[in-house]
Design a protein around this ligand. Structure first.
Ligand code: ZN
Length: 358
């Protein structure tokens, strides 16, 4: 039990540096200059979530610096600033009363902030989707386009989708059709060989009839020169929660892609095409990545601006890219999460990032 006494309550047990050095006393919180923390914070005792955040932060910071390089080469000032905001996201955080608080950049491409948005979407939408009798998963695609056509293509896809929904809403009110409903999310793949982009919608519908109708109308709208039935996909959804998570985690997915290699027999490590990610992020700007159509969510009581808490009892933690963790501002031996970057992931981040302009 001796080790346990030296474990900071702020870290994940055995992974804690304190536990290894065994020198620091159990955490003492003395009065400090008051600070204001906002929101409900994150539970510190959830060490898995905390280490996961540390990993996301580590990957993000590395990629963000590459995105900044690319944006500089492209002369895109607005992008450079937005990327720096994400680089700073959660750089300094405070722990108090067993929870951790920090400032979020709220950029949609920030994996740390995406994690929070993801939880909100699941809380809001999953109860509705779970009530659907036979949910189906639809993918609507078109022929891929080069970078210079990507933004327009995405705008046109949103217009097309809106027109289809509007048409059937009118028909439905006249009693001539079923009502189209569902949730939809935008994703975009990059093909490094052909240098093309494939934006597509992922949709969960309440039933198969809606899925079929959407696919049929999508192909009809665009014509068969630009789309075809074999390019689209419809599947039955067995696990609505898993499916919903899959369609909303797009931006965290492109950032954490290097970590997806789990099979050791797969010798080829993935390459991250930073300039393509940059093109995709900015082509999607102003578009709603996730949205619902044809149904409403039950009204929720409005929370006014998040609660603020003034406290003098806290610890301050600063993120260190080198240590891949947050370090206690008063005791540099104390790490917050105990996350350790694997050599495999380190190698990918060092060697497999491609910053050629696309
Ligand atoms: Zn952020």
């Amino acid at each position: 039990m001796e080790n346990v006494k030296n474990v900071s309550p702020f870290a994940g047990g055995q992974f804690n540096t304190l536990a290894q050095s065994g020198t620091a006393p159990i955490t003492k919180l003395k009065d400090k200059p008051p600070i204001t923390v906002k929101g409900s914070g994150t539970e510190l005792s959830n060490s898995r979530a905390m280490r996961n955040r540390s990993k996301k932060k580590t990957i993000t910071q590395k990629l963000i610096l590459c995105l900044i390089d690319v944006a500089i080469k492209k002369g895109e000032q607005e992008r450079i600033q937005a990327y720096w905001n994400t680089w700073h996201c959660q750089n300094r955080i405070y722990s108090s009363g067993g929870r951790v608080y920090g400032k979020y950049c709220k950029n949609r491409f920030c994996p740390v902030c995406c994690g929070i948005r993801k939880a909100e979407i699941i809380n809001n939408y999953l109860p509705a989707i779970q009530k659907w009798k036979a949910p189906h998963f639809v993918t609507l695609t078109l022929k891929a386009v080069p970078a210079n056509q990507l933004k327009k293509r995405i705008i046109d896809m949103f217009i097309a989708f809106r027109k289809i929904i509007d048409k059937f809403r009118k028909w439905h009110t006249k009693g001539k059709s079923i009502k189209l409903a569902g949730v939809k999310s935008l994703e975009c793949n990059f093909n490094p060989v052909k240098k093309t982009y494939n934006p597509h919608f992922h949709i969960i519908t309440p039933d198969k009839a809606t899925a079929n109708l959407l696919m049929q109308e999508w192909c009809k709208y665009w014509g068969y020169g630009i789309t075809n039935k074999s390019g689209q996909d419809i599947r039955e959804v067995n696990d609505p929660e898993k499916c919903l998570i899959e369609i909303i985690k797009y931006f965290s997915k492109i950032f954490t892609a290097p970590d997806m290699i789990k099979k050791p027999e797969k010798k080829v490590a993935p390459v991250i095409y930073v300039s393509a990610i940059d093109n995709i992020i900015w082509a999607m700007k102003g578009r709603r990545i996730f949205d619902r159509f044809g149904f409403d969510l039950p009204a929720k009581p409005k929370i006014k601006g998040g609660k603020a808490l003034i406290t003098t009892q806290y610890d301050e933690w600063i993120h260190s890219p080198k240590q891949t963790d947050w370090i206690n501002a008063e005791d540099s031996d104390q790490l917050l999460t105990g996350y350790v970057l694997t050599s495999e992931l380190m190698a990918i981040l060092d060697n497999n990032i491609n910053t050629d302009l696309e």
